[in-house]
Design a protein around this ligand. Structure first.
Ligand code: CA
Length: 224
């Protein structure tokens, strides 16, 4: 698995990296909370290990931002604090699991394996709209019998639409779920990604599933 470790204490980060690499994981380490969204945008991580106490931006804020941007990647929170409030805050921010320092590296790697296996909570494995299926585990779509490979943002956009089948989603609703805080609302990114998705999903089919609702936004599914 590809794992992002967000930890500012270099010795701790090195220990975690070593433990994960010994289990054949690919590991990226980032030392502050501010850069996490950028890393996640450019790389499709299977699990994120997120320390709560970080310079500039704490782990709970980072986790909230990840979820607000539509990322469902499993997050394991790491913290030196073990008060109930911190745990509740961490889980409320969208973290999937929680590990208190100090911990045995074997426990960390076991939790990472478990997170990699299971779906993020509240997410079903498959979303279905008409003859289109999206597997949220493999991140692959299938229309009829044809398997469709998706890039990360194409997947995020399609998943957002398919979680609200037959409903119109405004540009703002889509931006909040798919892109980060720096998204320029004047940009044409949505249009560009809708265009690419249409090529993959609708080309060659009489029934077009991705629909533009002029002045309102976009909708997936031609009928219920
Ligand atoms: Ca720290």
């Amino acid at each position: 698995m590809r794992i992002l470790v967000v930890e500012d204490e270099t010795r701790m980060a090195a220990l975690i990296r070593q433990g994960l690499e010994e289990e054949s994981h690919a590991v990226d380490v980032v030392g502050n909370g501010t850069d996490v969204l950028h890393w996640v945008q450019s790389t499709d991580y299977d699990v994120i290990l997120l320390d709560i106490m970080l310079p500039e931006k704490d782990g709970i804020t980072v986790c909230r931002e990840l979820r607000a941007a539509g990322y469902t990647v499993p997050v394991l929170m790491l913290t030196a604090r073990d008060t109930l409030t911190d745990k509740v805050k961490g889980l409320d921010s969208g973290a999937d699991d929680y590990l208190v320092k100090p911990f045995a590296i074997q426990e960390l790697t076991a939790r990472v394996r478990a997170l990699g296996r299971r779906e993020a909570p509240g997410k079903t494995a498959e979303l279905i709209v008409n003859d289109l299926t999206l597997d949220t585990a493999t991140k692959r779509a299938k229309r009829g019998d044809k398997i469709i490979e998706l890039k990360a943002k194409e997947y995020a956009l399609l998943e957002t639409l398919m979680r609200h089948p037959y409903q119109v989603l405004s540009r703002q609703q889509i931006i909040e779920r798919v892109w980060d805080m720096d998204y320029d609302s004047e940009s044409k990114l949505i249009e560009v990604y809708i265009h690419w998705l249409r090529k993959k999903i609708d080309d060659g089919h009489d029934e077009k599933l991705i629909q533009t609702v002029h002045g309102l936004g976009y909708r997936i599914g031609s009928h219920e």
